[in-house]
Design a protein around this ligand. Structure first.
Ligand code: OGA
Ligand code: MN
Length: 209
């Protein structure tokens, strides 16, 4: 049984057309609530660490760029809610491969907690030396996010970053965009903000430059 609450074909068309999509109420409310519970549980258990930027040797904690904390889902993939999430996201991956021939092989994702005041400055998700990340996935876990809560993702639609949309981090909303194309940032959250961020990867690896 599929957990997806949207038309996959329509999503694929939009992705093929514009390279990004916002899907409200993408998964059942109960799954979202369970995932939120799981996130808060492991947060209370102290399992998160402060996020870094860059990859491998280039990794550094830069609090002026981002101030969220993360926990990779492979650390907690025995939790039923995490399994259910991964199953749903796998269904999307299979459809994207069938429809768009992106050759995706896996999803890597992490819980992210933005404490009050936290943000993530404008960036691209693809590392300079690694082209394996193809499609970014962001899924929000905040029920009844207030209009003045901040914490929107600002997705820039052009390379000059003139045009953008702001998306509220409301529970159940799924945002997908091509990782190498779209600049984006997280505006300062005025209260604790929970999400799952991930990347569908292809067999790629390091670029020769
Ligand atoms: C990221 C990111 C966006 C969001 O973790 O790289 O851009 O809305 N997250 O949480
Ligand atoms: Mn990002």
């Amino acid at each position: 049984m599929t957990a997806l609450q949207f038309e996959l074909d329509a999503v694929l068309d939009t992705l093929a057309d514009q390279g990004w999509i916002v899907i409200p109420r993408a998964l059942p409310a109960e799954l979202v609530a369970n995932l939120r519970e799981a996130c808060l549980q492991v947060w209370d258990d102290g399992r998160f660490h402060e996020a870094a930027t860059g990859r491998a040797d280039g990794q550094a904690r830069r609090a002026e760029i981002r101030s969220d904390s993360v926990l990779w889902l492979d650390q907690v993939d025995g939790l039923p809610a995490v399994r259910a999430y991964n199953a749903a996201m796998d269904e999307i991956m299979q459809a994207v491969n069938r429809g768009l021939y992106l050759g995706l092989t896996e999803l890597e994702s992490h819980f992210a907690v933005y404490p009050e005041g936290a943000f993530y400055k404008k960036h691209l998700d693809r590392f300079r030396d690694d082209d394996a990340r193809v499609l970014t996935t962001v899924f929000y876990l905040n029920e009844n996010w207030p209009a003045d809560g901040g914490g929107q993702i600002r997705l820039y639609l052009d390379n000059a970053c003139q045009e953008f949309i702001d998306v509220e981090p409301e529970a159940g909303t799924l945002v997908l965009f091509l990782a190498d194309r779209f600049w984006h940032e997280v505006l300062p959250a005025k209260q604790q903000r929970l999400s799952v961020t991930g990347w569908y990867r292809r067999q790629g690896g390091s670029l020769p430059w």
